[in-house]
Design a protein around this ligand. Sequence first.
Ligand SMILES: Cc1cc2nc3c(=O)[nH]c(=O)nc-3n(C[C@H](O)[C@H](O)[C@H](O)COP(=O)(O)O)c2cc1C
Length: 399
Amino acid sequence: MDSLNGKKIVLGVTGGIAAYKAVEIASRLRKAGAEVHVVMTREATEFVTELTFREITGQPVTVDMWAKVTNFNVEHIALANLADIMLIAPATANIIAKTAAGIADDMLTTTVLATKAPLILAPAMNTNMYENPVTQKNIAELKSRGVQIIEPASGHLACGVEGKGRLPDPAEIVRFVMDFAAGEQRLTGKKIIVTAAGTIEPLDPVRFLGNRSTGKMGYAIAAEAAKQGAEVLLVSGPSSLPDPAGVRTIRIQTALEMQAAVQEAYAAADAVIMSAAVADYRPKTVAKEKIKKSDDELVLHLERNPDILYGLGQHKNRQILVGFAAETCNVEEYAKKKLVKKNLDFIVANDVSASDAGFAVDNNRVQIYTRDGGCEKYPLMSKQELAGIILNKIAELMS
Ligand SMILES: Cc1cc2nc3c(=O)[nH]c(=O)nc-3n(C[C@H](O)[C@H](O)[C@H](O)COP(=O)(O)O)c2cc1C
């Protein structure tokens, strides 16, 4: 998509030396067809004037939350509601920290907190500020919530040092927004179920059988699908990750609970991505009281849990079904068998014995096997990137 026709973009401008570049960003967004509403921090007005943005965008510019409201459209919640996309460029270390912490002490931060629109930040600052662990922690926190971060460029900074922290060229930033908007629409109106994390199967009131899945892969897929416009239901086993923005999240404990939640939504779903590590077995009986230790061996009797994905495959009509195969050996053989047996459209297979990929880490290295016998091998990549690849394949199959 080469245009932002009719898109309402709220452009936040903060008090960095690159604020002057936001003028060209606003201009390019407008030329691409967007309606641009600029919100400046007070500090940003030290670098560029409101008047410049008003002339460039043809819209009122907001700075002060307490200014007399002459146009209802600039009232603080109105801008949050109106935005299709919210872009902050340049984003200072300060706005990044405030956004990560949920602070709303001026018009821009209040709008950020109030909006449900996807948020894109373009950090720009001195290299030391950028590399400071607290800034990196804030950026990681925002990414985990589905905020898009446009990586700063490296080079000569205004403060005289060489390093990372420069705002990329306005043309690149606008290209990012266009790509994002194009991707966002691919799954609009599609209903997607994602399962994530491991199920836990109780033994007694204090103990359970579980596995090492943290949910990172499934949460990344759910967040990305929501960003691409899908209506997403995330059915998650216990995970310390926060609910992804724009996703309906149901938290369950056991395989039976996961099955019930998925089955309820299945008939209306367009695609199901089963990335959860569902326990194959559960204790046959759950002790009512805590099991006491004795000097004898303890024998546990386990019974089979339902194979949720197999069940979905049996009742498949138009749904696209995607499975995951996390194996420690013979990955290809197991994955191909699973693909056929469960009636899947494709399966994402990985060797979870590798220490740099798979469970509990941010990266994954996978092969994708398809129904037509195809196999695509991917290098080590972030789970977010992989989520994009999986959803691209789903979007292609849907079209
Ligand atoms: C000349 C000058 C340039 C600055 N450039 C930056 C910058 O590029 N990035 C940044 O994060 N902060 C920069 N700062 C510091 C911010 O202006 C300061 O942290 C301010 O509180 C940011 O407010 P805001 O985030 O509400 O706009 C600069 C300050 C001055 C005086």
